[in-house]
Design a protein around this ligand. Sequence first.
Ligand SMILES: *Cc1c(COP(=O)(O)O)cnc(C)c1O
Length: 476
Amino acid sequence: MDTDTFRQQAHVLVDWMADFVEEIESYPVKPNIAPDQIKKQLPQSPPEDAESFEIIFKDFVDIIMPGMTHWQHPNFFAYFPTGGSLPSVLAEMLISILAAQCMSWQTSPAATELETQVMSWLRDLIGLPKTFSGVIQDSASSASLCALLSARESSSDFQTNWHGMSQNSQSVKLTVYCSDQAHSSIDKAMAIAGFGRHNLRKIAVDDQLSMKVGELEKCIQADIANNCQPICVIATLGTTATGSMDNIMAISACCKRYKLWLHVDAAWAGNALIIPDYQYLLADVTAIDSLVFNPHKWLLTHVDCSAYFVKDEQILTKTLAIAPEYLKTVEADKVINYRDWSIPLGRRFRALKLWFVLRSFGIKNIQTIIANHIAWAKNLADNIQQHPDFEMMAPVSLSLCCFRYHPQGCDELSLLNQLNANLLNKLNDSGKIYLSHAKINEHYIIRFSVGAERTTEQHVKQAWQFIQDTAVTLNT
Ligand SMILES: *Cc1c(COP(=O)(O)O)cnc(C)c1O
């Protein structure tokens, strides 16, 4: 493609992008399509000869768009909405044209230094002490894996990296602790880091769905008595099912007593820490060794942008650094080489989008956006609570409401579960709103998560009305 064609097509795309944003509400949030429906429309093999951009773009509009779920739709309330905003789009455009590989300082000096700077801004904004250093990871899953690897290495004097787990005097099992509400990425990281999933202890939760720290301590003691070696506790701020919060203060005290690594998975809720009122959630930061949150979840920034903070950057780099000859650079001891801070070698220039977002919105506006989402969810929770046929199934947490439809007289668990699954499917198949579900103590619950940038209070209110109207059409 020559630059004249590029220029012309890019203008067409930008116009299409702006129209898309203006007309986004005319699209269904979730397409109502069958598996394979999109694939069937695609040829069996790639073209032998070049195709014009007009034809490719037409197929994008005709074939791909009807099969998209629209995460930027203001009526997207499923999972945790994913970040995005126009300044972040503009940054992504520049990131693409530079197509830089930001593995080392030398391969992208400005990207490295910008990353250091925006991560220290973020660290200060969420109330972590200046002793913490940050790095942008592709995902919270990778960050939590880095945390487990760091805990493993720092507990073995960095020897497991060389000798493998079997050298850890064979009979000693290394154990890790989280609540039974922790994210599945922790199970995955246990497997990948070589601890083994059976050695993840899932501690029961109290009626607020927060880890029972008394149980944690008992479990640690029992493991020690059984010749296991406790290594790490993973506390969750904002669990995925209901947004519940572990008590960092109490867990910290326990980690200090047993000298355990404390990793905080705050993938979604960590974004709210940029409002000082919520920083009490971190409470005692002195025992925290690492923390992750995803600006790509609630901070208006496109995926992938996961902020990982560590108290001691040396542990992270000693765990992950590998320096073959072809990666050595002359200024290595004077600069940061972020390839030593994460699992993949290759890194996109992710700091740019965070920089564009923080500057374009300004912190005050970002705080207001998040505070609004929280206020609207609180309001929704009040309405749900007051409704005779609906009930909240967990305390409202920041901008997440978990509820179910519970018409009077219909009390049997399996019936209620089926009824709510039917309700969710009917809501989602309408294309008007999109919600997701979870299960808590065998109860099927519907999650309503406010977080898309274009959502307004009106959207939340209309969605609630639509939920009520749809519920009464179900056969109970
Ligand atoms: C979303 C989420 C994750 C996973 O985040 P990725 O960036 O997709 O890996 C992990 N933990 C919690 C609590 C989450 O909400």
